[in-house]
Design a protein around this ligand. Structure first.
Ligand SMILES: C[S@@+](CC[C@H](N)C(=O)[O-])C[C@H]1O[C@@H](n2cnc3c(N)ncnc32)[C@H](O)[C@@H]1O
Length: 335
């Protein structure tokens, strides 16, 4: 099979310059889905006016944000500055939440630097009107670390609510079959085991998710060039649990990147308004949705979103590119 991936787009300035002319959105611009469901805007999440313009008076049922985590050397800012920036987009989020709604945010903790910014973000969130609901950990298959420490495989997800949003547990079963035995309880004079009492053959998702495959280059949903892509399965899980089950329900994500939330909303028949400050990631998110509608495919696996313009992109590069691509696809574990 032809292998034609893009390298990480955040660190490949030369390739960015070649791709930019093919991006439909310029800063401040937006794309309206011709099918009338979704929107993508090229805006800064911290820019209140731009966010209000994107929302155009509509309010979100569920927000799923995955901001930069302030962990990677080249993008790390002074912690106070990072938290002030988070406060701005959190305030913008609160301004566009429905009275009964859910707010999910992925964040990292740097074990080499006081576990920042996770605890600082949690403290900042205490000053808002949102109420904490759960603290979820998702397990990556691959991690980073040395022989002298536990391998780092966790991704943290905070869940807050405003008002009393619904929560659909029916949708919330993993594909892990019940093989373990649970605890016992007497029900109507009969001793029953907890798995016997529950409705499904599978284990219900708790707040430690061990059943989700991290995205890597062999998966159909892979979007090469994207360095921090979340698996569709975890975003679909959030949508199924927390977005009302109707096609008017609105999911919002200010940090689109590979467009995972946008595609998950499409797959689950909800609407999505999403943004990214980078025109290249806005274009990738739009193309990923279009590609799915045209082909039924979730990503590009061995190809990339700009194959139309650069069909043999990889041939221009040195022979170790596949190896470097594998490295690139493992980068999400750094967050
Ligand atoms: C961790 S990635 C999101 C990954 C996404 N959940 C996915 O599955 O593809 C963060 C994204 O936020 C974008 N970003 C960074 N600063 C931003 C800002 N101020 N406003 C909007 N987007 C921003 C980056 O360009 C990057 O694409």
């Amino acid at each position: 099979m032809k292998n034609n991936p893009l390298p990480r787009l955040d660190t490949s300035e030369e390739i960015r310059q070649r791709i930019l002319p093919f991006c439909r959105l310029h800063p401040g611009g937006s794309w309206i889905d011709p099918a009338g469901r979704h929107k993508v805007a090229c805006v800064d999440a911290a820019d209140t006016n731009a966010i209000l313009e994107l929302m155009d008076g509509e309010k979100a049922d569920v927000v799923i944000h995955d901001p930069p985590y302030n962990l990677v050397a080249f993008e790390e800012r002074e912690l106070g500055e990072y938290i002030r920036w988070c406060k701005q987009w959190v305030n913008n989020t609160i301004a566009v939440l429905k009275s009964d709604s859910s707010f999910y945010v992925w964040l990292g903790a740097d074990q080499r630097n006081g576990f920042q910014p996770l605890p600082d973000f949690m403290m900042m969130m205490r000053q808002t009107q949102l109420r904490p609901r759960s603290f979820i950990t998702m397990r990556n298959q691959r991690g980073f670390g040395t022989q002298k420490n536990w391998m780092a495989v966790r991704q943290e997800l905070l869940y807050y609510i405003k008002g009393e949003p619904g929560f659909n547990i029916e949708a919330e079963y993993t594909d892990i079959p019940k093989i373990l035995r649970g605890y016992y309880k007497d029900v109507g004079g009969k001793t029953t085991e907890n798995f016997e009492r529950s409705k499904s053959e599978n284990i219900r998702a708790g707040n430690v998710w061990v059943d989700i495959q991290q995205v890597f280059y062999r998966m159909e949903e892979n979007v090469s060039g994207c360095y921090a892509q979340k698996p569709l399965k975890c975003i679909e899980r959030i949508i199924k649990a927390s977005a009302p089950k109707n096609e008017h329900a609105l999911v919002v994500d200010f940090f689109a990147h590979s467009g995972t939330t946008l595609l998950a909303a499409e797959l689950n028949k909800r609407r999505c308004f999403t943004a990214d400050v980078d025109p290249i990631f806005c274009e990738i998110a739009i193309r990923r949705l279009e590609h799915f509608r045209e082909t039924g495919k979730l990503g590009w696996q061995n190809g990339h979103p700009f194959e139309r313009e650069f069909p043999e992109f990889n041939a221009e590069r040195s022979t170790d590119s596949t190896e470097r691509q594998v490295e690139a696809q493992l980068q999400p574990t750094m967050f």
